[in-house]
Design a binder for this molecule. Structure first.
Ligand code: AP5
Length: 210
C-alpha cells in the first residue's frame, strides 16, 4: 500500500500516519521529520534547512525530492509506505509520479480554527519525536515522553509567526494539489476534525472501499 497524506499543517497527518503505519505494517515517512533529524544531527543538510523550517517556508524542491527518493529506495519501503508532508508542490508531485505512479492520496480536512488550537498546544519529544497535545493528547506526566522519558518541547516552527507563515505557504503552494488530484480522480477526503481513533477508522473504511 502506497499512500500520500495531504492536508494543512496541524491536520493530524503525522499522528494518523504513525497509527496507520503500525496497522498496515509499512513505514511512516515524514519529510518534515527527516529534516528535523538532519537538524538535530547537525549535518550539512540540517544546517542548510534549519532557518527555512524555523520560518515556515518550504525547503527548495531539489533538496526535498532528492531526500525523499533516497528514503523510499530503502529496503523497508519496498512493499509500501505512507508519505506525510510530501508532495507539497505540483513540481514535487510530478517528480513523484514518474517513479511511483500507483499512489493513493488521502486529504485530511480540518477547519482553520482547529489547526491553530492543535499547533499551539503541540509538544514533541526532544529525543524520539513522539507527538503530544497539552489538552487533546497529554502525556501521563506533564513535560515527559510516555515512550522514552525524553523532555517534551515546542517545535521551533510552532511559534505564532511561523504558524501564520506555514498556513499562508500551504494555501499558496500545497492547496492547489487538492484540485490537481481531484481532476485526476481517486482523491479520498477524510473529516479529520474527530478523535484520532475515529479518524483512523474512517481512513480504514475509505481505503477498503476505494
Ligand atoms: P512538517 O513536519 O511536514 O509539518 P506540517 O505539514 O506543517 O505538518 P505538521 O507536522 O505541523 O502537522 P500534522 O498534520 O502532522 O499534525 P500532527 O499529527 O503533528 O514540515 C515541517 C517543515 O519541513 C515545513 O514547514 C517545511 O519547511 C519542511 N518540509 C517538509 N516537507 C516538505 C516538502 N515536501 N517540501 C518542502 N519543504 C518541506 O498534529 C498536530 C497536533 O494536533 C498535535 O499536537 C497532535 O497531538 C494533535 N492532534 C492530531 N490529531 C488530532 C485529533 N484528531 N484530535 C485532537 N488533536 C489531534
Amino acid at each position: 500500500m502506497k499512500l500520500v497524506f495531504l492536508g494543512p499543517p496541524g491536520a493530524g497527518k503525522g499522528t494518523i500516519a504513525s497509527e496507520a503505519a503500525d496497522i498496515f505494517n509499512i513505514p511512516h515517512i515524514s519529510t518534515g521529520q527527516l529534516f528535523r533529524n538532519a537538524i538535530q544531527n547537525m549535518t550539512e543538510l540540517g544546517k542548510k534547512v534549519k532557518p527555512i523550517l524555523d520560518s515556515g517556508d518550504l525547503v527548495p524542491d531539489e533538496l526535498t525530492i532528492e531526500l525523499l527518493k533516497e528514503r523510499i529506495s530503502q529496503n523497508d519501503a519496498q512493499n509500501g509506505f505512507i508519505l506525510d508532508g510530501f508532495p507539497r508542490t505540483i513540481n514535487q508531485e510530478e517528480d513523484l509520479a514518474k517513479v511511483q505512479p500507483e499512489i493513493q492520496v488521502v486529504n485530511f480536512e480540518v477547519p482553520d480554527e482547529v489547526i491553530i488550537k492543535r499547533l499551539s498546544g503541540r509538544r514533541v519529544c526532544s529525543k524520539c519525536g513522539e507527538t503530544y497535545h497539552v489538552d487533546y493528547m497529554p502525556p501521563k506526566t506533564p513535560g515527559v515522553c510516555d515512550k522514552c522519558g525524553g523532555q517534551l518541547i515546542t517545535r521551533d516552527d510552532d511559534k505564532e509567526e511561523s504558524i501564520r507563515n506555514r498556513l499562508e505557504v500551504y494555501k499558496e503552494k500545497t492547496f492547489p494539489l487538492i484540485d490537481y488530484y481531484k481532476k485526476q480522480g481517486g482523491l479520498l477526503s477524510i473529516d479529520a476534525n474527530k478523535k484520532p481513533e475515529e479518524v483512523v477508522k474512517e481512513l480504514q473504511k475509505a481505503l477498503s472501499a476505494s
